[in-house]
Design a protein around this ligand. Sequence first.
Ligand SMILES: Nc1ncnc2c1ncn2[C@@H]1O[C@H](COP(=O)(O)OP(=O)(O)OP(=O)(O)O)[C@@H](O)[C@H]1O
Length: 628
Amino acid sequence: MTPKELSDQLWNQVDRVAKYLLPNGKRESGEWVAGSVGGEAGKSLKVNLQGKKVWQDFAEGDGGDLLDLWVLSRDCGLHQAMQEAKEFLGIKDTDHHFAAKQQKKFSRPKPENIKKFVKKTDDCYDYLESRGITRATAEKFKVSSAVVWSHDEKRELKAIAFPYKRDNELLQVKRISTERPNGKKVIMAEGDCEPCLFGWQTMPKESRAVIICEGEIDCMTYVQYGFPALSVPFGGGKGAKQQWIDFEFHNLDRFEEIWLSLDTDEVGLAAAKEIASRLGEHRCMLVKLPHKDINECLKAGMTDEQVLDVLERAEMFDPEELYSAREFYQDTVDAFYGQEQYLFPTPWSTLNGNFMFREAELTLVNGVNGHGKTEVVGHMTLEAMKHGVKTCVASLELKPGQLLKRLTRQATCVKLPPKNEIESAFNFYDDRLWLFGLTGTAKADRLLEIFEYARKRYGVKLFIIDSLMKCGIGDDDYNAQKAFVDAVCDFKNRTNSHVILVTHSRKGDSEEKPTGKMDVKGSGSITDLTDNLFIIWRNKAREKAIQKQSLNEPLTDKDQSALSAPASMLMLEKQRNGEGWEGGIPLYLDDPSHQFLMADGASPFSYIANMPANDYNEVWMNENVTQY
Ligand SMILES: Nc1ncnc2c1ncn2[C@@H]1O[C@H](COP(=O)(O)OP(=O)(O)OP(=O)(O)O)[C@@H](O)[C@H]1O
């Protein structure tokens, strides 16, 4: 929700808001009258109660909308004002819809570390002055002189310590060497800290516009020019480099205008596009500086007016439907040679040579009731998360606790995992798994709205809908089914993500033979629209024969042949891209883990014992960043 939308909602209840913010005021002929924004009795502040949507403090000259009044009367930042106002109005954030919202706990920089590396000298001011930054600006940001250890040089190098502070809380201290032997700078960051933006400490509390730039010194440069600015923490580029968005997303709700001023190279442009697509293109503009970055502009002598002029000429992002062919150069090279378009492989090496999950595709997993659709999709989900693909599951058939029970059994390979293993499984899910917290017949368009949010807010790339039947569309409403699958296709193309949609097979005469492409229940267009179609089939005849065998009952020829057949078959009945391979692989459901294995009696894979490293640490380590 934007500040403007929230403010409009506050105006709808202006009587209640005025009374709440200015409790010592009183109603006087269509106005709420008080002495000041501090709320004293008096007459100089007037809030119109008759629909004009204005308030004015005649003594101080302040005015604006009701969020401005909130900021001033509560003496807080706009972000806090918005949170309080939402609570006051009973508005819940969309985050509320996630049953398993991440609650990641980060460390804070340790004072004893800081003491060791901070030096009480003026070296940092001298260096910054050489970059055109005044001491007054440096002091606003509370930077200080420091040292970093150079492994190459085997000695300490002079450095600047940049504190990352938000709401008066120290979240990170990054040190960058000012000495650059062989032209190489050394960057160090504190371990396991929240990925966040630099520069909140100088953000004017009521500001609704911000410049997001690339680098602490660029941020200081913009602030020195007089513009509110923040810097991305990990530089340009896509993906993990912009992971800070996961944590700063709502802190940026307050900004109605965001100027993206990243370096004027390809990496900077890629970063700007990714940031705009997640924060919303409608409020982002791309700044085109005449030099590499704003600090270069300062050093080249650009004036405040010239910078303002460049900002005013910043361009909106092209509508998302319009691209120049050049933007797809790398995608085209990858389509020929690379693996880049692959998001993650399946858990089965026998299939991976012929199929992998790709970006911007829809995969149907189809089958008869009870043939293992949910289980096989659970196994695929774990593999996606193992490869760092963030996943959101809309399990409309199972309650979140039940779904997570099944998934945790598959992840730990144990039927009844001890509590510490459940805890480990949840450590694996943290930052990787989100659940759409509604069961029952969800409204299809609401589901996609939430997916869109999860894509932007958390960078989720794999979405699972289990199942189409539970999306609130009638079994025989073929038009609505087609419209929904069309909307899913738009979504996966627009967001470059992968969607797995579970569908059911039409009721056949028997379950003895696998169903085919034509047996997907519902509108024929569902199969036409999908990129891939898997069918999971369970060999019930084999299960019966095994049962007979265990009871020492005589086996027929049919039983014998069922016994020699696999327990399940996973068949790829359609593959639009890649080489278009179609075929099946035999699978065996392992009882303790409920994983589908490639051979009877093979060992399952523990996703917990082989948990990938925490990628936040890796992120701070990019670009030669060393952590304590
Ligand atoms: N080959 C198999 N051997 C033994 N059990 C199996 C096999 N395949 C699936 N199952 C079991 O069948 C049960 C149903 O599986 P699952 O819920 O995944 O099916 P589904 O196709 O999603 O069913 P529904 O359409 O009713 O949602 C699970 O307990 C699963 O472990």
